[in-house]
Design a protein around this ligand. Sequence first.
Ligand code: NAI
Length: 342
Amino acid sequence: ALGRSTSPKSSKSSQMSQNRLKIQASYKVAILGAAGGIGQPLALLVKMSPLVSALHLYDIANVKGVAADLSHCNTPSQVLDFTGTAELANCLKGVNVVVIPAGVPRKPGMTRDDLFNINANIVKTLVEAVADNCPEAFIHIISNPVNSTVPIAAEVLKQKGVYDPKKLFGVTTLDVVRANTFVAQKKNLKLIDVDVPVVGGHAGITILPLLSKAKPSVSFTDEEIQELTVRIQNAGTEVVEAKAGAGSATLSMAYAAARFVESSLRALDGDADVYECSYVQSDLTELPFFASRVKLGRKGVESIISSELQGLTEYEQKALEALKPELKASIEKGIVFGQKEP
Ligand code: NAI
């Protein structure tokens, strides 16, 4: 599926696999902010997907070279580049999944909320174009602060009369990826087996890994729970500090975002067994947006999994209550911004 070369003797099977690829590759994915630190490796990973027939790369600059470079990979998707607002509508027409990593990343000492003033406008403008050109698409918001940018996107879509809460996602996959990695390391588990649900939001204490619901079931001491929870919550800052001014997580984020894209495409393709954690409109708590595990289907969120919020430990219950005021404030800030006249 990744376009590996085959021996001449295997031409029949190669032909068969090419036919299979022709049938499989049918979805169009757009990446807005594709020339950035996340956008480039994400575009590479999405270019490797056999489910993608066209990859549309949009940025305000520097995207031509990225597209030319990627287009030489012998995987099925066609790569097209779009530069600047004049080309945004064409980038989005007919697209099934739109991924938005456009905007500025954190520098040491900054919180995700410090990015609000710049990124809120960028997300608003881009989602307006999505509403006008591909209102049916799944929308994956990566730009921070996700806790606010998703409510902004929802308001923009409502104003355009095309809001489908089942198709708007805040990408929190990186929190799950980190939780899985850190738990596997701590407990010497095979990484592929580990699955830790992460709920709440995507900033500091609003990120709540539910270690009691980890699979396989593992027991932790109170100290381990505290240490792992704090490490997962601060993992983004770990990277920001290590990069020392050169940005935030890009490679692990691209990996996580590619996983979420692939899951969305599998769901669109009719796979009935696709689950991911994501920050979505939710009735799991009194907050209008909340990250939890969701089941994905052809029409987006098919159901929100409530069972993992039941039977929480005392530690998790307290952490859940503690995160609500901050998450609520970030949601309200997003809604107010989203409702504001241009
Ligand atoms: P970057 O600065 O390397 O790339 C951002 C790209 O967005 C640049 O190519 C820039 O030209 C482009 N851009 C700026 N304004 C634009 C507009 N109006 N339309 C289209 N493109 C535009 O930043 P990086 O590292 O790729 O991070 C991007 C965003 O992702 C940041 O907001 C960061 O905080 C967020 N992020 C989110 C994570 C998550 O877990 N959800 C994890 C890591 C980062």
